[in-house]
Design a protein around this ligand. Structure first.
Ligand code: GLP
Length: 258
């Protein structure tokens, strides 16, 4: 597959500055009454902190969905502290004083998994489609929980988590074995149908995955490489995450546009 587009690459000095840049874009989306696609993970926490600070005291729509999550663990009740529902309650919904119905997270426990997936796609469509999709990246290049091998035409579905992903989540659950084996994630086609994409990448541990996504071959072996098929994608990273990128010229040029 060949790249159709080149994501804008903005390199901030450190993780907090990168998160602030991401938060500003997310704040604009919410101020304009548009729909935010929500990612989870440690990388996103400073974004949600900053978003709450920026929007403090500002009116946010009370009558409609404002955020739709990318994924959830399968088999984990929504109230479990490690669920993405709980994460988004703590990091996004409560600080912005949103009602539970305003943040849609796929159900991790309902028995009819195909119905849950269809319901999540329908929720995105009913809310008018995602305007700005926030994304992190896994150390293996995953986006949402689309692990390497995920087809680019995939939609919301249950997936098996890769060993590397379960190891990366082990701290929250106590051990890799305690991490659920399955998750539900929106698909790569669902992500690509958002109007704009914003991938935030911070820290040295993500440098190789970022280089693979932006400079390696495009294909399902690296789900994040799908960003290069989107006409409006921005990658915001810190200097540590940018450290393995080969195209220094592109980095410097893009930095000037911050
Ligand atoms: C999880 C989430 C992804 C996130 C990734 C990276 O796997 N499903 O959406 O991008 O973790 O998380 P972290 O920011 O903690 O490294």
């Amino acid at each position: 597959m060949t790249a159709l587009f080149r994501p804008r690459l903005l390199v901030a000095a450190d993780a907090l500055a990168a998160a602030a840049m991401a938060a500003e874009r997310a704040a604009t989306t919410l101020r304009e009454q548009r729909l935010l696609g929500l990612a989870t993970g440690a990388t996103m926490l400073p974004v949600y902190d900053e978003l709450a600070r920026r929007l403090a005291g500002e009116p946010i729509a009370r009558d409609r969905v404002v955020g739709i999550a990318l994924d959830e663990f399968v088999g984990l009740p929504a109230g479990h502290p490690a669920s993405f529902t709980s994460y988004l309650d703590r990091a996004f919904r409560a600080p912005l004083r949103l009602r539970p119905e305003q943040v849609v997270v796929p159900d991790g426990v309902a028995a009819d998994r195909a119905a849950v997936a269809a319901h999540h796609e329908a929720a995105i469509a009913a809310a008018g489609g995602i305007d700005l999709q926030l994304l992190g990246i896994g150390v293996n290049g995953h986006i949402g929980f689309n692990e390497p091998g995920s087809p680019f035409d995939s939609r919301t579905r249950d997936v098996a988590l890769a060993k590397k992903t379960r190891r990366a989540q082990a701290e929250i659950f106590g051990s890799p074995e305690a991490v659920p084996a399955m998750a539900i994630t929106v698909g790569i086609a669902t992500i690509l149908s958002a109007r704009s994409l914003l991938m935030l990448v911070t820290g040295k541990s993500k440098a190789a995955a970022l280089a693979q996504a932006l400079e390696g071959a495009i294909g399902p072996h690296c789900p994040a490489s799908a960003l290069r098929l989107h006409a409006d994608a921005v990658v915001i990273c810190d200097a540590a995450a940018a450290s393995v990128l080969q195209d220094r010229h592109a980095i410097e040029r893009m930095t000037e546009t911050c």
